[in-house]
Design a protein around this ligand. Structure first.
Ligand code: GLU
Length: 460
């Protein structure tokens, strides 16, 4: 059975690159009838934070990517320690009684001597003295455990990148366990992927070079490695790796701007993958049905915020009224714009076709809640017509049809030119040059508000 995992380190918010990795794993698992595992890689105790873990989980749930099993590496330390000890017993790894600074110094010395900075057991042996062992014992420290890297060429077939070969002599021995008992990233990943019976590792190609160390560890553990699929990076419009510099990059930021999860998922799916029929607006179900790793490109994808915003506008337009209202409400309430649901829906519907992010709504509909501070000069005949319009609106049924009707006669009687008049009226009522049709606007404002706004803006 296909088993894949998304393995974020809780050291920051969920980046769109991470979200795309999660999505590809999820789609592949669902397509193959397999399982999708969430593994929190929190062994870097200094950088990992519970808060980040919670936010990661929240962001993944918001995207709708549900997982079948969840693990935390910090709860599996014993397994890493036991596995490392086993490798020591088998002669495939060894204890190192050196402090990190000493290990670093050894590296510098090698570099100074013009040698490649590769560790080996002989080099690190110098620290293993009886005094040092005693000192470690007294301080309650454990020796680090280093892996004896088997010097040879390693190669594998990547499902996206094709055949990859790592030449002999590019790395030396490396740590599996630190002296604080924590595993290194490469070791924990292999122990877990093996233990969790992961069949496919789909991850960013920034991890491609780590695959060498991981292959060597699989070999030492006598476990066949999973299949690998390294997805190319997401770049900003300038061709450099997508980062804060390019604007919003975390899932949370997009969420808070009012990008819908369906739109973000749809957009991310197309960053590196394409639908066999070239479809652009695709539901999660359709993605699952059509997903394959063969259609994942080996070239980097460019993040195009305008395309995401366009896609979001398509999803916003297709929202049913109640959903749209529910999603838009917090954006309005946070800026103090409140009224009863029925009216609020009418208000937000005036901009539904225009917005690309829900966060654009408050600015666009502000005038419904706040009278515009404007003065408008109406001509004598226009003022007369307005008086009559107000009179007849006062006694009419309040709907668009009657509102339109109430304008006709007075305008005709006073010879009012509609284009100019309506333009002035719009400014008087909204303070803006353009926007929703006047009849819709007046209907939403209601009679009293309409009258008030006219009277307050009139200058004779
Ligand atoms: N924890 C790693 C990261 O956050 C991912 C490990 C992997 O996918 O192999 O980048």
């Amino acid at each position: 059975m296909v088993r894949v995992r998304f393995a974020p380190s809780p050291t920051g918010y969920l980046h769109v690159g991470g979200a795309r990795t999660a999505l590809f794993n999820y789609l592949f698992a669902r397509k193959e009838g397999g399982q999708f595992i969430l593994r929190i890689e929190d062994t870097d105790i200094e950088r990992s934070k519970k808060e980040y873990e919670e936010r990661l989980i929240e962001a993944l749930s918001w995207l709708g990517l549900d997982w079948d099993e969840m693990y935390r590496q910090s709860e599996r330390i014993k397994l890493y320690q036991e596995t490392a000890e086993k490798l020591v017993r088998e002669g495939k790894a060894y204890y190192v009684y050196a402090y990190p600074e000493e290990i670093e110094k050894t590296r510098e010395k090698l570099l100074q001597a013009g040698k490649p900075p590769h560790y080996n057991q002989d080099l690190l042996k110098e620290f293993d003295t009886p005094e040092r062992r005693k000192e470690y014992e007294k301080k309650g420290l454990r020796p680090a455990i280093f892996f004896k890297f088997n010097q040879k060429e390693y190669s594998f077939h990547d499902l996206i990148k094709g055949n990859i070969t790592f030449k002999e002599g590019t790395i030396g021995d490396f740590a599996l366990l630190r002296s604080n008992g924590m595993p290194t990233y490469n070791f924990a990943v292999v122990v877990d992927d093996a233990d969790m019976q992961i069949t496919h590792v789909i991850r960013g190609d920034d991890h491609l070079s780590n695959t060498l160390r991981q292959l060597a560890i699989y070999e030492a553990l006598k476990v066949p490695p999973p299949k690998f699929a390294h997805v190319s990076m997401i770049l900003g419009p300038d061709g450099s790796k997508l980062s804060k510099r390019h604007g919003a990059t975390s899932v949370e930021e997009f969420r808070s701007r009012g990008i819908l999860p369906q739109a973000l998922v749809n957009y991310l799916a197309l960053l590196g993958w394409s639908h066999p029929e070239g479809k652009e607006i695709i539901s999660l179900q359709e993605m699952i049905e059509a997903f394959s790793l063969e259609r994942v490109s080996d070239r980097p994808a460019i993040f195009d915020i305008e395309k995401l915003r366009w896609m979001n506008s398509v999803y916003i337009r297709s929202l049913p009224d109640d959903e749209y209202l529910k999603l838009a409400k917090p954006f309005l309430e946070s800026t103090g714009m409140r009224c009863e649901d029925e009216k609020l829906l009418k208000i937000i519907n005036t901009v539904k076709d225009r917005i690309r992010e829900l966060s654009e709504i408050p600015e666009l509909v502000e005038y419904f809640f706040k009278r515009p501070q404007v003065k408008v000069k109406f001509e004598e005949n226009e003022r007369e017509a307005l008086k009559q319009i107000i009179e007849s609106l006062k006694n009419t049924e309040w709907n668009k049809k009657e509102i339109v009707k109430a304008f006709r006669k007075p305008m005709k009687e006073h010879g009012v030119k509609s284009k100019e008049f309506f333009h002035k009226l719009r400014i008087a009522l909204t303070g803006r040059e353009e926007g929703v049709e006047l009849d819709v606007l007046i209907e939403i404002l209601g009679f009293e508000e309409f009258q008030k706004r006219i009277e307050e803006t009139l200058i004779s």
